[in-house]
Every structure is written in C-alpha cells, then in structure tokens.
Design a protein around this ligand. Structure first.
Ligand code: 5GP
Length: 195
C-alpha cells in the first residue's frame, strides 16, 4: 500500500536493526485519513470472506481494526491486556510474550462477544515474531469460531512471525512488509505477500 509505505519512509524512525518507531501516525498519535485508507484496504482484501467480527488487541491494533470494521459493518473486539474489575469471569484467555517489551501479558476476551458461528478477521499494527497473533488465534480456537485470516498494517518480514502463521495455512495480508532495517534504512519486500 503506497500511501502507508510513503508515510513509513517519511516519518518512521529506525531505532535499531529490528525496531521501527511509528509514533507519529500509528502507535501514539494517530493519522485518521491514513487509518481510514488502511481500513478500506483490509475490507477490500477480505470482502469475500464472510467476516462477522474483527478481533484486535489493545491498544495500537484498535485504530486500524475500527476503520476496517466501519467499512465491513461488523463489530470490533479488542483483547484486553489486563483483567479489569468489570471483566473477571467468563473469559477466553491466552498468554502473549512481547520481545520488544520483554514481558508476558495475559490477554482476554469476554465469551459474550465471540461465538462459534462467528467468522473472524484478526487485525494488528505490527507482525514481528507472531506472539500477539498466536494469542489471538488461540482465543478464536477456544471460542470454536472460524478464522478468515490476519490483516497486519506493518509486517517485519525479516522476523519469523509471518512464516510461522502462514505455515499453518492461514491467510496473512500485510499492507507494508519490511525486508530490512539495516543501516538505519527501511527497505520493503517488493510485493506484499498474499497466501
Ligand atoms: P509480535 O507478537 O508479532 O512479536 O509483536 C507484535 C507486537 O509487538 C505489535 O503489536 C507491536 O505492538 C509490537 N512491535 C513489534 N515490533 C515492533 C516494532 O518494530 N515497532 C513497533 N512500534 N512495535 C512493534
């Protein structure tokens, strides 16, 4: 997606060979027109998949998930990283290890919002080692719901998450796929992979 790639080149900060900071449009400040375009693109790619729910994870997955949900006209659920006082029982839970933060979070989704008859599209901001997506897949499995696929705003193709998930026969659509962050430069994989 060219608009997204242009934004990454213009505003993305390469913090190391493995971490890209995009706080100006996705992870802190949010660019609504860009997120709207991202949502439209996900909706277009998955329009034939019969999606009934979008599942994301707080907090940075919510903006792109919301915009896709608006176009597809389906509810958006976000997995919570901490159990809230009003959300204690009746939950699907999974453990997610974050390499960037070096911590494990239990994520949870209320059983009220994910049902066996749902067809779910997972949306998240980044795909790195795949732990967040694996946690969301686990929750969908617990609900015995159907999976349509995974939509990722920025995949880091040089890390193992994309392969790990595609190997399971799961469709992963990333709107920008980064091949390398070496020498402070962002290099993209030529074509966003579609499987
Ligand atoms: P994974 O579980 O695939 O290893 O990592 C997914 C999560 O880690 C994303 O939802 C994102 O919050 C965070 N993350 C991983 N790599 C990066 C990165 O290079 N930049 C930013 N901003 N977040 C990242």
């Amino acid at each position: 997606m060219q608009m997204l790639k242009d934004k990454i080149i213009k505003e993305g900060q390469v913090l190391s060979e493995s971490v890209l900071k995009v706080d100006s449009f996705l992870n802190h400040q949010i660019d609504p027109p860009l997120m709207q375009a991202v949502g439209k693109e996900f909706a277009e790619r998955f329009k034939e998949a019969g999606i009934t729910k979008i599942l994301s994870i707080e907090s940075s997955g919510i903006a792109p998930a919301m915009m896709a949900g608006l176009v597809l006209e389906v509810p958006v659920i976000f997995a919570r990283k901490r159990k809230s006082l009003t959300l204690v029982d009746h939950l699907y839970t999974a453990s997610v290890y974050s390499f960037t933060k070096n911590e494990t979070n239990d994520i949870s989704v209320s059983k009220d919002f994910l049902k066996q008859e749902d067809t779910v599209l997972i949306i998240d901001d980044f795909l790195a080692n795949g732990q967040a997506v694996l946690g969301l897949l686990d929750i969908i499995k617990q609900a015995d719901a159907n999976l349509a696929g995974v939509g990722i705003v920025i995949e880091k193709g040089f890390q193992k998450g994309g392969q790990l998930i595609r190997e399971q026969g799961i469709r992963v659509e990333s709107l920008a796929n980064i091949a390398s962050l070496k020498n402070g430069q962002v290099e993209f994989v030529e074509e966003a992979r579609t499987e």
